[in-house]
Design a protein around this ligand. Structure first.
Ligand code: SAM
Length: 328
């Protein structure tokens, strides 16, 4: 049982750490065409500073970390950070969220450093469409190689996150789901959130109920035991399939009442809710010599301020920062 809980008695044991606001892709649902304003390097937390915050968090009851970004693998020396974090006694699980483009180069090193699992964003299985969605110089082939490298390195289960967008990639729902039949693919279909992307994501929204309808030709989805995942996704399996299909429904069925997470931005702010702009600055106190106890008090204050739920349905869209800053 965690020692940390918020003012609604939700246990808080999970910290997502964004290590950079830089990304090697410009996904249409995540960033405007011109990219986003970048934080200067001196304002990004050093690995030592991230370690100090994670250590304080672990002393309070955080036992699970996820490294994200921006694209975490564009930050130099990431395995070194993983190794530092894996050395914190109370931390039992470290995972990474990545677009997979550079993963083939780092998978083995990350595993050796103490990384347990990866989630890889993959929104299409078509090479030309990949270029369009990511507006990038990277290739789909690199992500597919990254997926294989992660499996070979034992970074399992590999979960694949697809943000489903009407008229852009929703015709691939069946293709992704079919992949779970013969291969141990764990695909998660994510509802598009109306933030940060190509001006207005809202018209591209597809509800999970509609996604499920589109999968009906493949057979009945059997619910999986919760042990398949303890995050926000609800998991299912096609009859006889090796892999699973998950649905993440931030819009049609929010999962805030089970939220167990806090977020640390790359520039050192602690953010209790992805979809609320409220943050507490940890970097300034850290750089002014705050004690371990002082840091823990700030962390506890941010946890106490965690809102009960997001207010997207009421039209309250966070506009302070793009997802690539907060860590998605
Ligand atoms: N670069 C890494 C990656 O691509 O996974 C980590 C950062 S990315 C911001 C984290 C997650 O946020 C990804 O799974 C991405 O699909 C998701 N995301 C970004 N914008 C989103 C949006 N508007 N709606 C839903 N998910 C979004």
């Amino acid at each position: 049982m965690t020692g940390l809980s918020d003012s609604f008695q939700r246990p808080i044991n999970y910290l997502r750490i964004s290590v950079t606001d830089r990304c090697n892709l410009r996904c249409i649902y995540c960033m405007p065409p011109g990219g986003v304003e970048l934080t200067s390097h001196s304002d990004i937390l050093s690995y030592e500073e991230i370690y100090t915050i994670a250590q304080a968090a672990a002393e309070l009851g955080i036992d699970k970390l996820r490294i994200t970004g921006g694209e975490p693998l564009v930050r130099l020396g990431l395995p070194q950070l993983i190794e530092m974090l894996a050395g914190i006694e109370a931390i039992s699980d470290i995972a990474l969220t990545t677009n997979g483009v550079l993963l083939a180069d780092y998978a083995a090193e990350l595993k050796a450093a103490g990384l347990k699992r990866v989630n890889i964003s993959l929104d299409t299985l078509k090479a030309d469409r990949f270029k369009r969605i990511t507006r990038g110089q990277s290739e789909l082939r690199q992500v597919l190689e990254g997926i294989e490298a992660a499996k070979t390195a034992g970074l399992e289960p590999v979960k694949l996150n697809m943000v489903v967008m009407s008229g852009i990639n929703d015709d691939e729902l069946i293709d992704f789901a079919a992949k779970t039949i013969d291969q141990e693919w764990h695909v998660r279909f994510i509802e598009l959130m109306p933030v940060n992307g190509d001006v207005n994501n809202a018209p591209r929204f597809v509800a999970a109920s509609e996604m499920r309808k589109r999968l009906e030709p493949l057979g009945e989805l059997e619910p999986c035991l919760p042990s398949v995942g303890n995050g926000p996704a609800k998991y299912f399996r096609l009859p006889g399939a090796k892999g699973t299909i998950g649905f993440i429904t931030p819009i049609s069925e929010h999962f805030c009442f089970n939220c167990n997470r806090m977020r640390l931005t790359a520039d050192g702010n602690l953010r209790p809710c992805l979809l609320s702009d409220y943050e507490i600055d940890l970097k300034t106190p850290l750089r002014s010599g705050v004690s371990g106890e002082g840091l823990k008090k700030l962390f506890q204050r941010a946890v106490a301020e965690k809102p009960l739920r997001h207010k997207l349905a009421e039209g309250e869209v966070p506009n302070g920062r793009p997802f690539s800053h907060v860590g998605g």
